[in-house]
Design a binder for this molecule. Structure first.
Ligand code: TGC
Ligand code: FAD
Length: 390
C-alpha cells in the first residue's frame, strides 16, 4: 500500500476524479492568495471587500456552481462540496457568501423561478455582479419559519410586501433579495430588487462570529412589486426548505474546512512548541487529541463524500442532510476547540486561525437549522413522532 499520509490518512483522495482534484486545487489556490493574507485584518475590522470577492468568485465559477445553464458551471455535488470546504478552510464568512448566493438565492430562482426571472437574474449573479440574499428568518421567528409574520397582499395586479427579516447574510450588499412571505395561499417566495421604495437594509454590527461576512436586518415597508415578482414554482414553506437542503449540504463539507485548518495548525504547532524539554507533540495527551481530531475530521469527510454521491445520483433525502449537518458541524467545532487547547495562549490570538474558526462555527451551528432542529428532524424520522411542537 502507499505510505501513510497525515493529510489524508484514509486515502480519501482516491474517491476523487482528476476533475474533482482540479476544482479543489483552483479553489485552494484562490483562497490562499486572496483570502488568507488578509482575513485576520478583515475579521478584526469586521469588514471584508464582499462585492470585490463576489466578482472573483464568479470568475472562479463558484457561484451557483452546481446549477445548469445561465452561465453556471454545472459542476457535480462533490465538486461543489470541495469548493465549500476549501473556502471555509480560509473563513466561514467566504463560504457563507457563496452558500447564500448560489445555494439559496440562485438555487431558489433556478428551481422555482419563471424563465423570465431566470434570464434576468441568474447570469449577473453567476458572474458575481449582482449579489443575492435569502430572507426567511424574522426577529421573532427563527427555527419556526412557518409562524412568519411578513405578508404579501394583492393590490390590483401588484403585490405589496410588509414585514421585517433578521440575520440576513449579504442583506446590505444585495441587489436582489429572495423574500419569503405569507399570502392568502400560504407562504410564497418573492424576487425583490433591493432598490424598490420601502426596502431598507441595516447591517448588524457587534457580532463576535462571522465578522468577515455581512449580516443585515431587512425592513419591507409596503414594498410594491409587479405580479410577476412571485416565484411561480414556490408554493408553501417546503420550497424555502428545499433550497435550504442544498445550502445545508454545502455546510456538511464546508465546516470540515475550518476543522482541517485548525487540525493542521495544531499539528504543526505541536511539533514546534517545546515544553519540559521536548515538543508537546511527544506527550501522550497531545497525541490522543490529535488522533481523535483526525478520526472525526476524516470520518466527517467520508460522510460528506457519501452524501455528495447520493445527491449526484438524485437519492439524497432531507433527513440525510440533517444527519450530515448535525454531525459535521458539531465535530468540526469540537476539533477547533481542541486545537485551541493545543495552542495554549497562542490559541486565543488572531495571529492563528483557531479561535476565529471556533467563533465562526458557533454561527454555523445555529444557522441553516440549529443543531437541535436537526436532532429533532432525525428524531422524527427515527420514531415517527414529531417533537417540534411539544
Ligand atoms: P414541516 O411541516 O415539517 O414541512 C413543511 C413542508 O416542507 C417540507 N419540508 C422539506 N422540503 C424539503 N427539504 C426539507 N429539508 C424539508 N423539510 C420539510 C415538508 O415536506 C412540508 O411539505 P408539504 O408539501 O407537506 O407542506 O414544517 P415545520 O413547520 O414542522 O418545520 C420543520 C422544521 C422545524 C424542520 C423547519 O421549519 C426548519 O428546518 N426550521 C429551521 C429553519 C431554518 O433552517 N432556517 C434557516 C434560515 S436561512 C439561513 O440560515 C441561511 S444562513 C446562510 C449562510 O450564511 O451560510
Ligand atoms: P431560535 O429559533 O429562537 O432558537 C433558540 C434556541 O432554542 C436554539 O437553541 C434552538 O435550537 C432552540 N429551540 C427552538 N425551538 C425548539 C424546539 N422546538 N425544541 C428544542 N429546542 C428548540 N436566516 C436567513 O433567513 N437568511 C440568512 O441569510 C441568515 N444568515 C444568518 C447569518 C448568521 C451569522 C446568523 C447567526 C444567522 C443567520 N440566519 C439567517 C438566521 C438563522 O437561520 C437563525 O438564527 C436560526 O434559524 C435560529 O433561529 P433563532 O436565532 O431565531 O433561534
Amino acid at each position: 500500500p502507499p505510505p501513510f499520509d497525515p493529510a489524508d490518512p484514509l486515502g480519501l483522495d482516491d474517491l476523487l476524479s482528476p476533475e474533482d482534484l482540479a476544482v479543489r486545487r483552483t479553489t485552494r489556490r484562490w483562497a490562499t492568495d486572496r483570502v488568507r493574507p488578509h482575513i485576520a485584518r478583515w475579521y478584526e475590522d469586521g469588514r471584508a471587500p464582499v462585492t470585490e470577492l463576489a466578482r472573483e468568485l464568479g470568475e472562479l465559477g463558484a457561484l451557483g456552481m452546481s446549477l445548469e445553464g445561465y452561465g453556471c458551471a454545472g459542476a457535480s455535488a462533490v465538486q461543489y462540496g470541495l469548493t465549500c470546504l476549501e473556502l471555509e478552510a480560509a473563513d466561514s464568512g467566504i463560504r457563507s457568501l457563496v452558500s447564500v448566493q448560489g445555494s439559496l438565492a440562485m438555487y431558489a430562482i433556478h428551481r422555482y423561478g419563471s424563465p423570465g426571472q431566470r434570464e434576468r437574474w441568474l447570469p449577473p449573479m453567476a458572474r458575481g455582479e449582482t449579489i443575492g440574499c435569502f430572507a426567511l428568518t424574522e426577529p421573532d421567528h427563527g427555527s419556526d419559519p412557518a409562524a412568519m409574520r411578513t405578508r404579501a397582499e394583492r393590490d390590483g395586479g401588484d403585490w405589496v410586501l410588509t414585514g421585517r427579516k433578521m440575520w440576513i447574510t449579504n442583506g446590505s450588499v444585495a441587489g436582489v433579495a429572495v423574500v419569503w412571505a405569507r399570502t392568502e395561499d400560504g407562504v410564497r417566495g418573492f424576487v425583490v430588487p433591493t432598490d424598490r421604495p420601502g426596502f431598507t437594509a441595516r447591517e448588524i454590527r457587534h457580532k463576535w462570529s462571522l465578522r468577515a461576512s455581512v449580516t443585515s436586518e431587512l425592513v419591507l415597508d409596503g414594498v410594491r412589486l409587479p405580479a410577476d415578482a412571485v416565484l411561480p414554482g414556490a408554493r408553501g414553506l417546503g420550497a424555502a426548505l428545499g433550497a435550504l437542503g442544498h445550502a445545508r449540504f454545502g455546510i456538511v463539507w464546508g465546516a470540515l474546512g475550518a476543522a482541517r485548518d485548525c487540525f493542521e495548525t495544531a499539528l504543526t504547532y505541536a511539533g514546534e512548541r517545546e515544553q519540559f524539554g521536548r515538543p508537546i507533540a511527544g506527550f501522550q495527551l497531545t497525541q490522543a487529541k490529535l488522533a481523535d481530531m483526525a478520526l472525526e475530521l476524516h470520518k466527517g469527510l467520508l460522510l460528506a463524500h457519501h452524501l455528495g454521491r447520493r445527491l449526484d445520483a438524485g437519492r439524497l433525502r432531507p433527513e440525510q442532510v440533517s444527519f450530515g449537518k448535525l454531525n459535521n458541524v458539531r465535530e468540526a467545532l469540537e476539533i477547533c476547540r481542541t486545537a485551541r487547547t493545543i495552542l495554549g495562549a497562542n490559541g486565543i490570538s488572531l495571529e492563528y486561525p483557531v479561535l476565529r474558526h471556533c467563533g465562526n462555527l458557533e454561527s454555523v451551528l445555529t444557522y441553516e437549522g440549529t443543531s437541535e432542529m436537526h436532532q429533532l428532524v432525525l428524531g422524527k424520522a427515527l420514531t415517527g413522532l414529531e417533537a417540534f411542537r411539544g
